[in-house]
Design a protein around this ligand. Structure first.
Ligand SMILES: *[C@@H]1O[C@H](CO)[C@@H](O)[C@H](O)[C@H]1NC(C)=O
Ligand SMILES: *[C@@H]1O[C@H](CO)[C@@H](O)[C@H](O)[C@H]1NC(C)=O
Ligand SMILES: *[C@@H]1O[C@H](CO)[C@@H](O)[C@H](O)[C@H]1NC(C)=O
Ligand SMILES: *[C@@H]1O[C@H](CO)[C@@H](O)[C@H](O)[C@H]1NC(C)=O
Ligand SMILES: *[C@@H]1O[C@H](CO)[C@@H](O)[C@H](O)[C@H]1NC(C)=O
Ligand SMILES: *[C@@H]1O[C@H](CO)[C@@H](O)[C@H](O)[C@H]1NC(C)=O
Ligand SMILES: *[C@@H]1O[C@H](CO)[C@@H](O)[C@H](O)[C@H]1NC(C)=O
Ligand SMILES: *[C@@H]1O[C@H](CO)[C@@H](O)[C@H](O)[C@H]1NC(C)=O
Ligand SMILES: *[C@@H]1O[C@H](CO)[C@@H](O)[C@H](O)[C@H]1NC(C)=O
Length: 559
């Protein structure tokens, strides 16, 4: 232990460990696997979630919307709202399973109840007056699906809260939330198209076909989410809002709860995704496939690797198990998660190796390629948050006694529930290590979490760090961070839709952002990076809260 300590001090180039990240570090274990000073303190993690959430609102929320200049992209706003909604589910879990009382912490049930009421009313306001549904309605096939997932999570929250509180809190909103989910799912519902590449969805109907990972992963998750949690909707108004006037639309067809078509979409999509090698040699998911002129197969692969592409199908795989009882979906999930954890350098043999780029980060901390050079586009600033959101949904304890949806979903037997909880518990130190790293990127003045979570570990701020910039994969085009490439082959507009205006808008936004004379260090602290921080801190919180539920399964107690 003494040796380890000296080793750590040497690596930090100082004899006393004084940096924020390292406070509380006692030299036990490998530094790149350190889960922070309070790994099992549920109360501490809950306080952090409350804190990060309240800073998000105090800094960026004007009463109806997230305010930033240039303004947040619509799809990202839907994702931010999803993180907020799911934090209310975490608070509900904390009250219902622990009565909100955690030894040695300020958190209590009354306070969590007050939080839930406050934030729920903000979520309602975002529904009625914040979300710019007209814009997302005419955007790409991935954008629409974030909106579906957003309002399905809201419905899940209401039902979870009401089951615990035996109240009808929020029930009056369910039909409207369901209607919005329905309108947006309807956009993609029949877009799985076998004419090219034997299947899959294309990214954007206005661009030349690009069958990309995110759109198709979302289709797994949104389809199974609709199958399980959509309560049905007989409102036939097809328009996203009363002010929508771009097109005349046919009435929205009725969609019943648990329509088998939805399950089929999810199954077919995952089977297609798996059989069309989206993974690189390391097992990480690449961004997508183009189809060369005159070809019909996915023959041109973009090797770019992004964090969110590694995780958005995880909630879908979990849902597919719920619906079918087929454990191969869970196995696919564990395997994808293990690949990602390893690709952050978590399993490195020694300090030097841990500090090397491992495919998706280093030192056990997840990074996108644009993090260290501090040149992410606005889109990319929430990718890691999306990863941890879906990771967290995947790791919810499997039900053993009460099916999630009566008469529809499966129960886990003891062995399965046990092995799921063991797998998920084994990820907990890694999640906490990432959450603790994110928390330590906070600017002491503004309290805003930065984009590059890896910075605090190496005692850096959020300014560009060329020394830590890693070259992108061979054969990759970083389309998320170089949107100007959308106007060129192979993405070029295909003459359908209003592609030119779409690309034009993306470019104007990006130019405006880049031309702003903001301090480089502050460019990477935004509403997106704060919300992304909330997502990983909340996942860390759940990694502790879930222990009780896991313990109920495997026997034994303890918080
Ligand atoms: C971290 O960097 C700051 C500024 O360069 C320096 O003052 C501080 O001593 C460093 N801390 C550690 C632990 O190396
Ligand atoms: C909040 O900001 C949005 C976007 O700029 C604006 O449309 C809205 O009117 C603002 N709301 C309030 C209450 O100021
Ligand atoms: C399927 O894709 C082909 C080729 O891009 C296109 O011509 C066709 O209209 C699509 N079918 C549907 C139902 O969208
Ligand atoms: C529409 O659905 C609501 C509840 O989802 C139900 O109360 C109502 O009776 C339905 N209306 C029709 C015309 O089916
Ligand atoms: C029309 O479509 C564009 C996107 O193509 C969208 O930005 C705009 O909000 C829509 N306008 C209305 C009034 O629906
Ligand atoms: C998928 O492609 C990668 C990169 O070309 C390759 O290393 C891997 O073996 C392929 N996997 C399968 C199952 O074909
Ligand atoms: C795990 O990551 C290390 C780099 O940290 C790499 O050398 C090794 O091949 C990876 N193992 C697997 C199974 O992906
Ligand atoms: C922290 O934020 C303040 C105000 O936004 C800014 O002036 C300062 O440069 C930031 N400090 C760091 C280290 O990023
Ligand atoms: C970001 O900066 C790095 C290092 O200068 C560079 O390699 C990379 O291409 C840049 N990325 C973008 C999207 O501009």
């Amino acid at each position: 232990m003494l040796r380890q300590y000296a080793f750590t001090a040497a690596l930090l180039g100082t004899s006393t460990v004084t940096g924020t990240y390292w406070s509380g570090w006692h030299g036990r274990g490998n530094p790149w696997q350190w889960p922070g000073p309070y790994p099992s303190a549920g109360g501490w993690w809950l306080e952090q979630s409350q804190d990060v959430l309240s800073t998000l609102y105090n800094t960026y929320w004007n009463g109806t919307y997230w305010v930033e200049d240039p303004s947040i992209l619509q799809w990202a706003a839907a994702v931010v709202n999803t993180f907020v909604i799911d934090t209310q589910r975490t608070f509900t879990t904390a009250i219902s399973q622990y009565n909100g009382n955690f030894r040695g912490s300020q958190v209590n049930a009354q306070q969590l109840q007050a939080d839930i009421r406050k934030y729920y009313s903000d979520i309602e306001t975002f529904y009625t007056s914040g979300e710019d549904v007209n814009q997302i309605f005419d955007a790409a096939y991935d954008d629409a699906q974030w909106v579906v997932l957003e309002w399905l999570e809201a419905i899940k929250f209401i039902n979870q809260y009401d089951a615990y509180s035996k109240s009808s809190f929020g029930q009056q909103d369910i039909a409207e939330f369901a209607h919005r989910a329905h309108i947006f799912y309807n956009i993609v519902q029949d877009q799985f198209n076998t004419s090219l590449c034997e299947g899959g969805l294309t990214w954007n109907p206005a661009l030349a076909p690009y069958k990309n990972a995110i759109t198709n992963e979302l289709f797994v998750s949104s389809s199974i989410g609709m199958y399980l949690y959509f309560p049905g909707d007989n409102n036939s108004d097809p328009y996203p809002s009363t002010t929508y006037s771009n097109r005349t639309l046919p009435p929205l067809p009725y969609l019943a709860p648990h329509d088998p078509l939805l399950l089929n979409n999810a199954k077919e999509e995952w089977a297609w995704f798996k059989s069309h090698n989206f993974t690189n040699a390391q097992g990480l998911i690449v961004d997508g496939f183009h189809i060369s002129d005159g070809q019909t197969t996915c023959d041109q692969r973009n090797e770019m690797v992004y964090t969110y592409n590694q995780g958005v199908m995880l909630s879908g795989l979990r849902g597919l198990w719920e619906a079918t009882g087929d454990t191969s979906y869970l196995q696919d999930g564990y395997s994808l998660i293990n690949t990602v954890i390893n690709a952050t350098g978590w399993n490195a043999h020694g300090y030097g190796q841990a500090g090397q780029w491992a495919g998706l980060g280093r030192n056990g901390i997840m990074e996108d390629y644009c993090d260290a050079p501090a040149n992410c586009s606005q889109d990319n600033l929430i990718f890691k948050g999306a990863y941890f959101e879906h990771f967290d949904l995947f790791c919810e304890p499997l039900p053993t006694q009460t099916p999630l949806v009566k008469g529809l979903t499966h129960l886990a037997d003891r062995n399965l529930a046990n092995s799921h909880s063991q797998n998920c518990r084994s990820y907990a130190p890694w999640i906490q290590h990432n959450a603790y790293a994110a928390l330590n990127t906070r600017n002491t003045t503004s309290d805003i979490i930065g984009e590059w979570w890896g910075a605090s570990y190496v005692n850096r701020t959020q300014t560009p760090a060329p020394k830590y910039t890693h070259p992108k994969p061979l054969g990759s085009v970083d389309i998320a961070n170089k949107p100007w490439l959308l106007s060129q082959p192979p993405w070029r507009c295909d003459g359908q839709g209003d592609c030119e205006s779409y690309v034009g808008k993306v470019l104007i936004g990006e130019r405006r952002r880049r031309s702003r004379k903001r301090q480089a260090s502050e460019q990477v602290r935004t509403v997106e990076t704060q919300a992304q921080g909330l997502s990983v801190v909340r996942a860390a919180t759940n990694s502790v809260l879930n222990r009780r539920a896991y313990a109920d399964v495997v026997g034994g107690g303890g918080r």
